[in-house]
Design a protein around this ligand. Structure first.
Ligand code: NDP
Ligand code: OXD
Length: 314
């Protein structure tokens, strides 16, 4: 018997179960907590799985995160020593590109101001900085960050990126290292964060970092867009920076606590757009095939793709 286990919390599991059953070609698909005999499970596909669960599966060959991020998975202290694979998929990537372009434009086009004026029935065309006057900085120039670059450039924005290791991406400057970080932040009017949450990146979006962003840019001050993880941001620092003008606006798709408590000030902050961690949602109708293709490759003796480096945490 060879079975695939789905262990999903925080998302509705029914469509995943239905899709995996349709795609799994004869393999039994089980949904946690109905795991049956643990020794029959070869593969686990997870989103925020219960801690300790994976270590109880003695024949496990690989674990698949049902999203691009794996912080939820790696926070389990007792993981078995098998490959951990994350989602890299054109659908998810396009969704994130759409989110990034949308939010960069919302800030460039002063949509908060127009929303306020609309509710006061005020008709006034304000000066808007042209895209080519604005410098977007992609903090985390990985799969998702890099994909947004050509779209932003097509819209006219000046774009640069930052990655942990030095790399080249044709047509844009990629910064890395501590000196690179200062230069990168100092040329960013709109900071788009698409970092993974790791021991190194936790709390990186702090007041100290916001202070190092570009001053005197065409928007009148810098803007933060975070679609990485809530643990990257220090929310008290974002509030302080918005209050004293260190930031003039923000778009937050992710939060320190999700869902944020009803008392969280971002719910109705006049300078902030919030969304419920859906910048790039995983679509079970498309991503189940992605995971099954990987399993087929693996069973044909080919290497799994997009395997996570546990030491780096992403
Ligand atoms: P990648 O692994 O492809 O890219 C991560 C990027 O971050 C890389 O450029 C990497 O550098 C850089 N990085 C990692 N650690 C550091 C560090 N300490 N300092 C500076 N840069 C660093 O991931 P993806 O692009 O696929 O996804 C990024 C994140 O987006 C996910 O981890 C997840 O948290 C989030 N996400 C959010 C979603 C949402 O709906 N809000 C949906 C999907 C993902 P290097 O290139 O050198 O490795
Ligand atoms: C992901 C997410 O990591 O949806 O894919 O957050």
């Amino acid at each position: 018997m060879s079975a695939l286990l789905l262990a999903i919390t925080g998302w509705e599991p029914d469509t995943w179960l239905e899709r995996f059953r349709a795609e799994a070609k004869g393999r039994e698909v089980r949904l946690w907590p109905e795991i049956g005999d643990p020794a029959e499970i070869d593969y686990a596909c997870v989103w925020k799985q219960p801690a300790g669960l994976l270590a109880t599966l003695p024949k496990l060959k690989a674990v698949f995160s049902l999203g691009a991020g794996v912080d939820h998975l790696l926070s389990d202290r007792v993981l078995p020593d098998v490959p951990i694979v994350r989602i890299v998929d054109p659908d998810l990537t396009r969704r994130m590109t759409g989110y990034v372009a949308l939010h960069v434009l919302l800030h460039q086009r002063k949509m908060k101001l127009y929303e306020r004026e609309r509710s006061a029935r005020k008709w006034h065309d304000h000066y808007e900085a042209a895209p080519d006057q604005l410098r977007v900085g992609i903090l985390g120039a990985g799969v998702l960050g890099t994909a947004a670059v050509p779209v932003l450039r097509q819209l006219g924005f000046q774009v640069a990126g930052f990655s942990r290791s030095p790399k080249t991406i044709p047509g844009i400057e990629i910064f890395s290292g501590e000196a690179g970080m200062n230069a990168f932040l100092g040329r960013s009017d709109i900071l788009v964060c698409l970092l993974p949450l790791t021991a190194e990146t936790r709390g990186m979006l702090s007041y100290d970092l916001f202070r190092r962003l570009a001053r005197g840019g065409a928007l009148g001050g810098p803007v933060l867009i975070n679609a990485g993880r809530g643990g990257l941001q220090v929310e008290a620092d974002i509030l302080r920076a918005l209050a004293d003008g260190t930031l003039i606006g923000a778009s937050l798709d992710v939060f320190e606590h999700e869902p944020p408590p009803q008392t969280n000030p971002f719910w109705d902050h006049p300078k902030v757009y919030t969304t419920p961690h859906n910048a790039a949602s995983s679509d079970p109708k498309l991503l189940t095939k992605n995971v099954m293709n990987q399993i087929e490759r693996f069973e044909r003796g080919l290497a799994l793709e997009h395997v996570v480096d546990r030491r780096l945490g992403y």
